[in-house]
Write a protein that binds this ligand. Sequence first.
Ligand SMILES: *Cc1c(COP(=O)(O)O)cnc(C)c1O
Length: 230
Amino acid sequence: MVKENLEYVEKKVKAACERVGRDRSEVTLIAVSKTKPVDMIRQAMEAGAIDFGENKVQEMCDKMDVIPEQLNWHMIGHLQRNKVKYIVDRVYLIHSVDSIRLAEQINIEAKKKNVICNILIEVNVAQEESKFGVLKEEIEPLLTEIAKLDYVRVKGFMTVAPFVENPEDNRKYFKEMKKLFIDIKQKNYDNIDMEILSMGMTGDYEVAIEEGATMIRVGTGIFGERNYNI
Ligand SMILES: *Cc1c(COP(=O)(O)O)cnc(C)c1O
């Protein structure tokens, strides 16, 4: 089932790229495996997946421990500062940085392990009360501070768009993210490489790709519905 789902998503990703004249290689598909068992991750690996997203440190580490193969592990969930030390040298990219305090903690732990940690700034583009992420006007002050940290490298932005029935309703937010992304890229801040725009989930990844996403995070569409009660 995982294999078939991945093939279906892959077909949709290709089609979305073609609609807007983008090359398929410009978009990384992250298989969001949170709450899902290791055997399903293995099925996805066998079907060619190498990028996996998790939102809890403990769960991510447990899975890394039993899967020795080289994979790109993405931390996509809210990260507590006291947990940074467990993942800073194992994670491929942290998508969810939204404060200078968290960035400083990542810097401290990355320095101890002598690694550079790649991060994205999480932007709350729709200004939803319930969401993590910085507001648009907070982006530049935060970037200016993070740019001073030697062991942290900003690679771009991530956003979690609102939950909507019709993915077209999120197009305006994806457009806005792309604009912010280009704007910051053109300012050429030292120590900031604007390369990654992480946006789009199962319900809206096709629209996100049309609007310029370079990473999409798909869970349900690959692994099926999640059950948080088990
Ligand atoms: C769970 C999650 C996803 C995947 O959501 P689906 O709707 O199942 O594709 C993507 N991004 C983040 C930040 C998540 O927490």
